[in-house]
Design a protein around this ligand. Sequence first.
Ligand SMILES: [Zn+2]
Length: 240
Amino acid sequence: MPWLHRIFDRIFFFLKSIIHLLYPDVCLHCHRELTIKTPFLCYGCLSKMELVKWRKKEAHHLLEQAILGSKIIESCVLFNFERDSPVQTVIHQIKYKFNRSAAVYFGTLLGQQYFALHSKAEFDVLIPVPVHHNKRYDRGYNQSELIALGISSVIGVPVGNNLLKKTKNTKSQTKLSKEERKENTKGTFSVSDKIIEHSTVAIVDDVITTGATLNSICEILVKKNENLQITIFSLAIANT
Ligand SMILES: [Zn+2]
């Protein structure tokens, strides 16, 4: 009944407008008041977010091709990560400020961007980069899982939360060098035997810095299923 949908839409918009008047949303980055149509960031900050020109192999230079060969079919990234930029604010909100809805929202943008260039998904499950269960308990969620849910809501591929686990609670990688990160991620993940049921998967991350985490994950996935083809999604990439 389309008329019923229209009525609900109007009621929803009306209520949203009232809530907005009472509690105006502000931009996550510059704290200016937002209009209803731009969630999380104002137009000014959105326009400062440097969209990565959608290249099929955006993160490939960070992945160890010698190990992975042609396993990585595509690496899809939305934004360039720069210090003190709105992109950094978004990642910080998603990771440390419990902003779950921003994670899902930016995930949907990734999904839309993917569908702008593909007629269908070229993988059968989305695998979020896992966090250790202690960290998940402290934070209450895994931000990569929420980004994956956003992608999934657009492209309709399920999120597989139990295929990959983080078994070691590693220290934060923020201040580690490339070599230290590599050492820090060694032997930290375990993969379920169910991975052999899949021929193509997509790994979902929040931000790619040196590629150490992704290398470690791809390596362990391919070790268990040598025919696996992998797509990589990330909200942002740091050009180190
Ligand atoms: Zn702003």
